[in-house]
Design a protein. Sequence first.
Length: 368
Amino acid sequence: MQPQSAVPPQVAPFLRTAAAYAWRLLAVGLLVYALFALLGRFHEIGVALFLGLVVTALLRPVADVVARGLPRPLAVALTLLGGLALVLGVLALVGEAVAGERTTLVREFRDGVDRIQRWLEAPPFRVRPEALTDLEARIGQFLSSHRSTLVGEAVSGAHHVVAVLTTLALAVFASVFFIHSGDRQWAWFQEQLPGSVRERVAVGGRAAWRTFTGYTHGIVLVAAVNAVLVGVALWLLGVPLAVPLALLEFAAAFVPLIGSPIALAVAAVVALAAKGPLVAGLVVALIVVIGQIEGHVLHPLVMSWAVRLHPLVVAISVVAGSIAAGIVGAVVAVPLVSVVWSVHSALREARQRKDAAPGRAEEVGTAD
């Protein structure tokens, strides 16, 4: 009597499917971790290239128009110099506004602090004056005891300034080549790839650049509209430093969902200290109104130019980016997710068209 052969155990189909997805997710997770670890070591280079692409997305159309009447190198130089002059002009305007209102602002701020203190001492808060005096004493004691630490932080901040200036210089240097001959550089890169993947890389690259430029143009438009609305409203309310606060709103708008409310909260604090709770309440109402305009009008328009993302995806992307790379990650997260999703969608559509092509050819042959 021959012994029966052992029957191999049967694995449930859902377990095989789960295992297949598990190792793929693990591989993707390791790749993402390695990518962020690499960017963490060379984040200045990554930030510089990102800024260079942003400058290219904004100024490349202008350079193309100027190049119709001038040589390409001269058109690129004039475009970059014009953009630099615009940025420096805005910064000079802000500096002049701050210098012109410095004395008034210091006086109003001191009066505002006293007004806030009296407001906290009155109903319904009824904060004891001794508590506020003790708080001021504790702050003074903290600054005195940690003076050396603060000075050390200021000295180390000088190194950060050098790093920022170096990053900006590299960004401008990269944007020169991107604007002048970015298409030729991309063509050269595709030629170095195997022939089997060139078509997919070309499709993904076109989708990525189309999405990135659309998002960049749109978010700049959102930031500019927000800054104008905030600047005009603060000027009408008589809040000091309306121009610098509007510029802060412009910069904060590049962080979707949370940047604009934070900038307007700073404006509300300035309004509370300078003009009292009534004007501060109006600024808070302004936060709500601009948030509604940004969320229901401007951002849907931006996403229609680039790629539509659910607000929950945008929020998760911003939080994840801020955890991974701070404020830079919060700014980069949404365009990065938009580009990745657009590339995935473009490759999927191209694959579907390729799979459907033989079927259409058979239908044409049958009709003949």
